[in-house]
Ligand binder design. Structure first.
Ligand code: DSN
Length: 388
């Protein structure tokens, strides 16, 4: 076996399996071509000079092409979200984007108010085992007993703790996030308002979820989830924070940008501007709702009782108390169905076991799923679980 044999095996796995991991997707041939291009050879530490007043430009010669490419990539991303926010396209990942976003406006020890990982947040939103939880003083807001963000708790914790930054955004939340309400709470408490829109960025781009642009001070995202692009991160910010954000990426936390990935991000943005992408996202939402409704019809508990986006959480604790999310994930793996275990509100098991599973339809919609495919997959999953 050599490297290309492994790549071929993984390609077959991706072709044959039903992919329900809510953060995954399948990129186009053009994205693959861009990220596999000669741009991987180029060092380009710094920024294209014209755009970054005060920046020293690039630290190497031969950057005339990559300068134009990076400018173009930024332009296209502003077009995707119809925004005049500043954008930095260099973050290697969502985690790098969040690290730099925090560093741009916070000092170690400052307080961040965010959603707990167990309630649907993200590792970089303050988990004690992550840099975020180690560097900053974290305060968490919760969800209601039905699993909705508890906005009253957000307001109360903000007033009590006076955080320097309030963060909205989640990895496992199936409902619309009220950015206006968050923004108002941040303004009332003199906090920066940051949104990590990684999961729902594709829906925001397509107008299927309210936009945080115009409300949040800083917005981070990945480009590979519902945006269906290359793996990587982006940071948007209000123009007055541009310099702080740029220097938090370079030289603050990163060296040379991955120019082949920036090319992939530019292709991703071109695709996300298209009408075809808007239709795709509409279908993602329809498929997810159809699948979720089928689980409800079959008697399953769904966190919040439904979904508004590309994912939902099945809570097995009442209906299948014997089974952990991990048991179900492992059994479905044997049948070629890929998803992940997930904690549910009020979780009694450890995150390694969990009492729920997270199901997303973005990847299978790329493969052509319509509502009837999503419904028949829900039935198949029920058959497998019922036989466990
Ligand atoms: N690991 C991603 C997810 O599955 O949601 C978040 O970074």
């Amino acid at each position: 076996m050599n490297t290309f044999d492994y790549i071929e095996l993984e390609k077959r796995r991706q072709q044959n399996n039903i992919e329900l991991i809510a953060s995954e997707n399948f990129v186009s041939e053009n994205v693959l071509k861009a990220v596999g291009s000669c741009l991987t050879n180029k060092y380009a530490e710094g920024y294209p000079t014209e755009r970054y007043s005060g920046s020293k430009g690039r630290y190497y010669g031969g950057c005339e092409v990559v300068n134009d490419l990076e400018e173009y990539c930024c332009l296209k991303w502003r077009e995707v979200f119809s925004t005049d926010y500043h954008v930095n396209v260099q973050p290697h990942s969502g985690s790098s984007a969040n690290l730099a976003a925090y560093m741009s406006v916070l000092s170690p020890g400052d307080t961040i108010l965010s959603m707990d990982l167990n309630n649907g947040g993200h590792l970089t939103h303050g988990s004690s085992v992550n840099f975020s939880g180690r560097l900053y003083n974290m305060v968490f807001y919760g969800v209601t007993s039905e699993g909705y963000i508890d906005y009253e708790d957000v307001a109360k914790k903000a007033a009590e703790n006076k955080p320097k930054l309030i963060l909205a955004g989640a990895s496992a939340y199936s409902r619309i996030i009220d950015f206006e309400r968050f923004g108002k709470i941040a303004a009332e408490n003199g906090a920066y308002f940051m949104v990590d829109m990684a999961h729902i960025a594709g829906l925001i781009a397509a107008g299927e979820h309210p936009s945080p642009f115009g409300i949040a001070d800083i917005i981070t995202t990945t480009t590979h989830k519902t945006l269906r692009g290359t793996r990587g991160g982006l940071i948007f910010c209000k123009p007055e924070l541009a310099k702080k954000v740029d220097s938090a990426i370079f030289p603050g936390t990163q060296g040379g940008p991955l120019m082949h990935i920036i090319a992939g991000k530019a292709v991703t943005a071109e695709e996300a501007c298209s009408n075809e992408f808007k239709e795709y996202i509409k279908q993602v939402v329809k498929n997810t709702k159809a699948m979720c409704d089928e689980f409800i019809k079959m008697g399953y508990d769904i966190v919040t009782g439904g979904t508004d986006n590309h994912l939902f959480l099945v809570d097995l604790s009442r209906t299948h108390p014997r089974l952990s999310g991990k048991d179900v994930q492992n059994e479905l793996d044997k049948h070629g169905i890929t998803l992940n275990k997930n904690c549910v509100p009020g979780e009694k098991r450890s995150p390694a076991q969990a009492s729920g599973v997270r199901i997303g339809c973005a990847a299978m919609t790329t493969k052509g799923w319509k509502e009837e495919d999503a419904i028949s997959c829900a039935k198949k999953i029920n058959e497998i679980i019922s036989a466990m």
